[in-house]
Each structure stands twice: as C-alpha cells, then as structure tokens.
Design a protein around this ligand. Structure first.
Ligand SMILES: [Zn+2]
Length: 142
C-alpha cells in the first residue's frame, strides 16, 4: 500500500471519489463515513442528512474497514465507462461497527467466497485514467 500512498502524494494517483478514505496515524486505511448526532446512525459514504431519522446534524467518522461479507455478486460486464478488469466481484460487507459498505473483493477466487467470511479493507488501484491510477478502498480476505 505504501507505493499507492506515495503515488497519491506525488499526484500520480487520484482517489476514485474525493475524501472517501483517510489514513490512520498508523498508516492503515480508514473509510470516511458519517454519524448522526441525533440517533448515532452511521453510514458510508458520507451523507448530509441522516438516512434513518432525517436529521441534518451530521458529523464525520472514520470507520475501520474490517467485517464480514453478507452478500456478493460476480460482475461479468462492467458499465460502459469501466476500464478495469472483468469479471470482478462486488461484495457488501457488514463492518464490525454495523455499517454496510459495498466495494470490490480482490485476492479471492469466486468459488472460495462465502457469506460470513472475514475481510479487511485496503487501498488498491481500480483502473487507469489519463495516465494516472485511480485508487479506492477494496476488500481482501482477512
Ligand atoms: Zn439520525
């Protein structure tokens, strides 16, 4: 992951969405989410209004990307603008603090994916665009 961080610092790589992730003080990945100040509902990615109670009193929270796969699918045909490899696997992960996150699963054969398997997030190159790597959080088996 350090090569990706170095590329981000030098501008050779860009995040897939601005401010979607951050690095913890120990250099590990954190997901930038929201926490409702009224009902404490947490979401990823960030929102401006609570999806549960509709309050606009929202704070930022950095989520630790560790959890279990609770759903997945194999994508054999990406969207028209997709320049990465196909097929790829999309997983919905239930993080340890209860937030659901959808992203790619890497480093795992499709026949080895199981509901309930432990995964962790890491930063990865999603695709190349105009000579730069576009990076974002993905999951890998823990
Ligand atoms: Zn709320």
């Amino acid at each position: 992951m350090s090569a990706i961080l170095e590329d981000l610092r030098k501008g050779h790589a860009i995040p897939v969405v601005p401010n979607v992730f951050a690095m913890g003080v120990d250099g590990s990945l954190r997901l930038a989410g929201s926490e409702c100040q009224k009902c404490q509902w947490r979401t990823f990615p960030r929102v401006k209004r609570c999806l549960r109670c509709h309050s606009g009193n929202i704070g930022d929270v950095l989520l630790i990307p560790q959890g279990i796969v609770d759903s997945f699918t194999v994508v054999r045909q990406g969207p028209l603008e997709w320049t990465g490899l196909v097929p790829y696997v999309l997983v919905r992960v239930l993080l340890e603090d209860g937030v659901q996150v959808v992203s790619h699963l890497r480093e795992c054969l499709t026949e080895d994916i199981r509901i309930g398997m432990s995964v962790r997030g890491e930063l990865a190159v999603l695709f190349e665009e105009e000579g730069r790597s576009v990076v974002g959080p993905v999951f890998v088996p823990a």
